[in-house]
Design a protein around this ligand. Structure first.
Ligand SMILES: *Cc1c(COP(=O)(O)O)cnc(C)c1O
Length: 436
């Protein structure tokens, strides 16, 4: 089998996610045969360093022996059982672990099977919780430039025009408040003022305020400070609005702590987790919430009070086993500690990008680093040029517009960090030459 053969068969049938399929007339698809650590290998014997953890899901490398073994052991024991009326050890153990790891107070775990569905669960639960208390709040608040997934509810609270605009007539009621423009305390203070004004005016209509804590992923790795989260926690409490921390991307060490909320010392009313949860092995997500909210649904049988939401693969045992093995690796490898050194190495490499006249700014939070190019018009697709350059030089970078970012698996070595960032540097340099 060659790359070409598999690509041709693929394009006869597969409609790829987040893709203008016509692009593949000129941009080759890359069939991957196997993975090992940070590397992906194609069918023609080429390899690619996965600088973006395959859409932010992979934490401990591809085909990680420990996680693979746990999943295969679980597959021989129990592959799936419905989670309504039944339970299984991997789900129970994972729920216990998550309740222990997440901020104090998040004791209850609702399982779903992907990030967007976790966001849907959190939105519905929030609305329903207010309703069970006799309050009707049908409006949702989110940050400008936010991303929370692609299903209709999740899309409604997102603010990336490219994904949202077309479906506007189909969305649930939503408004946005400005995200702090950078990580400075002044930026947080300004944005909190706007939030307070909005809550004072419309707080009673709003069910929940959903945020990506510290880093807005799909919105171009935009970063802001913990002060904002602390302020938002106080204000939402004051106005009886739930706070949903969408840690689907930021969770599991990406921002330098296990969860981004820890850096603000806050407990949200809901926390959504997915992506890195299973180390990038299987789709799984959870919504963590407070006993107090759980209590609003807990009563003798009465119509409409219970949370009657489900997905067929809710709490799948294989996925839970992958998640447990992933959490074991955090302990065994002392990952958060070791990552500090790696984050420092990324920071050192990042400085160099400021020499390039194609670069506007750099930023970093923990294990996420980003380089923003100058404002090239979208149709010039400069990011795509860097992507192509990366592939020719063994690095998988997948820019978000003009933002090149690095979110590697934690098994990356310091030498590999240098390589990954060197290739991006040269790629951006060559893009600049093309423009002259
Ligand atoms: C990726 C992502 C989602 C959606 O998760 P999917 O599994 O892709 O549906 C939601 N919120 C954030 C912050 C994300 O990064």
């Amino acid at each position: 089998m060659t790359n070409r053969e598999l690509m041709e068969r693929d394009l006869r049938h597969i409609w790829h996610p987040c893709t203008q399929m016509k692009d593949h007339e000129t941009l080759p698809l890359i069939p991957i045969k196997r993975g090992e650590g940070v590397w992906l290998y194609d069918f023609d014997g080429r390899r690619y360093l996965d600088a973006i953890s395959s859409w932010w899901v992979n934490l401990f490398g591809h085909a990680n022996p420990h996680i693979s073994e746990a999943v295969s052991r679980q597959a021989r024991q129990l592959e799936h059982v419905l989670l309504a009326g039944f339970t299984h050890a991997p789900a129970v153990e994972l729920a216990e672990k998550l309740a222990h790891l997440t901020p104090r107070g998040l004791e209850k775990v609702f399982f779903a099977d992907n990030g967007s569905s976790a966001v849907e669960v959190a939105l519905k639960m929030s609305y329903h919780a207010h309703r069970n208390r006799g309050e009707e709040r049908s409006l949702f608040l989110s940050l400008s430039n936010s991303y929370h997934g692609e299903t209709l509810g999740a899309l409604s609270v997102g603010d990336v025009e490219l994904y949202k605009e077309t479906y506007e007539p189909l969305l649930i009621r939503n408004i946005q408040t400005p995200v702090p423009r950078d990580t400075s305390p002044e930026a947080s203070r300004e944005a909190l003022k706007a939030l307070e004004a909005l809550l004072a005016e419309r707080g009673k209509e709003i069910s929940a305020f959903i945020v990506e804590p510290l880093v807005q992923g799909a919105g171009g790795m935009h970063m802001y400070g913990a002060e904002y989260l602390r302020g938002a926690r106080e204000l939402t409490r004051k106005y009886g609005v739930h706070l949903i921390a969408d840690e689907i991307m930021t969770g599991f060490g990406r921002t330098g702590t296990m969860f981004a909320c820890e850096q603000a010392g806050i407990t949200p009313d809901f926390m959504t987790l997915s992506k890195g949860l299973t180390g990038g092995y299987l789709p799984l997500s959870v919504v963590m919430t407070l006993d107090e909210i759980y209590g609003l649904f807990y009563c003798d049988y009465s119509e409409y009070k219970a949370f009657l939401h489900s997905h067929s693969y809710t709490g799948n045992p294989l996925a839970c086993a992958a998640a447990l093995a992933t959490l074991e690796l955090f302990e065994r490898e002392n990952t958060l500690e070791v990552n500090h050194t790696k984050a420092r190495r990324m920071a050192q490499n990042l400085q160099r990008f400021l020499e390039l006249d194609t670069v506007k700014s750099i930023r970093q939070t923990g294990m996420i680093a980003a380089v923003e190019m100058i404002d090239y018009p979208a149709q010039e697709r400069k990011g795509l040029e860097v992507y192509r350059y990366g592939l020719e030089h063994e690095v998988l970078l997948r820019p978000l517009g003009n933002v090149i970012y690095f979110m590697p698996p934690y098994v990356i070595t310091e030498e590999q960090i240098d390589l990954m960032m060197e290739v991006a540097y040269e790629g951006m340099k060559s893009v600049g030459r093309g423009a002259l």
